[in-house]
Ligand binder design. Structure first.
Ligand SMILES: C[S@@+](CC[C@H](N)C(=O)[O-])C[C@H]1O[C@@H](n2cnc3c(N)ncnc32)[C@H](O)[C@@H]1O
Length: 266
């Protein structure tokens, strides 16, 4: 099944619409060249010139790419525009879910293994922890009851607001929500003892792993819960990069299946 198909199945209540594209943030507009189906995006931009202007104001460097894309593709007829809009919207449906349905998203991504998937290789008791790419804070809030404190780093502003609200609702006072990226974490060198990610690594893997090493003090531990199936002998470049950089590979159980995790002590 395609990623867009999986999102349609998981979030039937989303009913995405073109206006949702005005919710995108600069860092997401920057990633449109990797994420958006090219012709669909061009047809939608031709049909909605205000959207082109919005994208360029939000992320000025995207102007060259978007202008060239529109020059390469003709405008579509009405039915085509509607089909292209839906194709585009579902392809980036995760971003729209983050903006419009953070509470539902939080419920659907519940982290049922909790500390059992973490503590045997990266004990968090009494530690300063970073949850990078924190989303709605599933990992951050699982670690918080035993950790000293948790920095929950997340680039999407709606999700940061959601986590701050969740901390208040649950009376959690040791989760600090921050803006940032895995390749650019907003903490000083050696500031953390454990760094955790769940389904949030690999946009720029080498730069991210350099940054993970920077923020962990000597003896600090990084653990990446990938959400990918744990198959014996994976040979993708993601796996080989992590292993070449000294990571151990193993499994954890989630949703009745074995998933792959990587960890290393710095
Ligand atoms: C699949 S979600 C996982 C969220 C959370 N870790 C969880 O387990 O529910 C990926 C998260 O990473 C965030 N993200 C996207 N690009 C990122 C980057 N370059 N650095 C850090 N986080 C990023 C997304 O906004 C999203 O919240």
């Amino acid at each position: 099944m395609t990623y867009a198909g999986l999102l349609q199945e998981s979030y039937p209540e989303l009913a995405p619409r073109v206006e949702d594209l005005f919710l995108l943030e600069g860092h997401q507009i920057e990633r449109l060249p990797d994420r958006a189906p090219r012709r669909a995006l061009a047809v939608v931009l031709h049909a909605h010139p205000g959207l082109f202007r919005f994208f360029v104001v939000r992320h000025p460097p995207s102007e060259a790419f978007l202008s060239a894309l529109m020059a390469d593709h003709e405008p579509g007829i009405t039915r085509d525009v509607n089909e292209c809009a839906l194709a585009l919207l579902w392809e980036i449906g995760d971003w729209i879910v983050y903006q419009r349905l953070p509470r539902l998203y939080d419920e659907r991504v519940s982290f049922e293994p909790g500390l059992t998937a973490i503590n045997d290789v990266a004990p968090v008791m009494g530690k300063v922890v970073i949850d990078a790419g924190a989303g709605t804070g599933q990992v951050a809030f699982a670690a918080a009851p035993v950790a000293k404190h948790v920095f929950a780093v997340e680039p999407v502003s709606t999700l940061r607001s959601y986590m701050r609200d969740k901390a208040k609702r649950h009376g959690v006072d040791n989760v600090f929500v921050m803006d940032g990226f895995l390749h650019d974490l907003p903490v000083p060198r050696g500031a953390a003892e454990v760094l955790l990610t769940r389904q949030a690594i690999g946009w720029d893997l080498d730069a991210e792993l350099d940054e993970v090493e920077r923020v962990l003090g000597p003896g600090g531990i990084a653990l990446h819960l990938t959400g990918m199936p744990h198959r014996a002998g994976p040979d993708d470049s993601f796996h080989s990069t992590l292993v070449a950089r000294g990571y151990e590979v193993g499994s954890y159980r989630e949703g009745g299946t074995l998933k792959r995790r990587y960890w290393r002590q710095v």
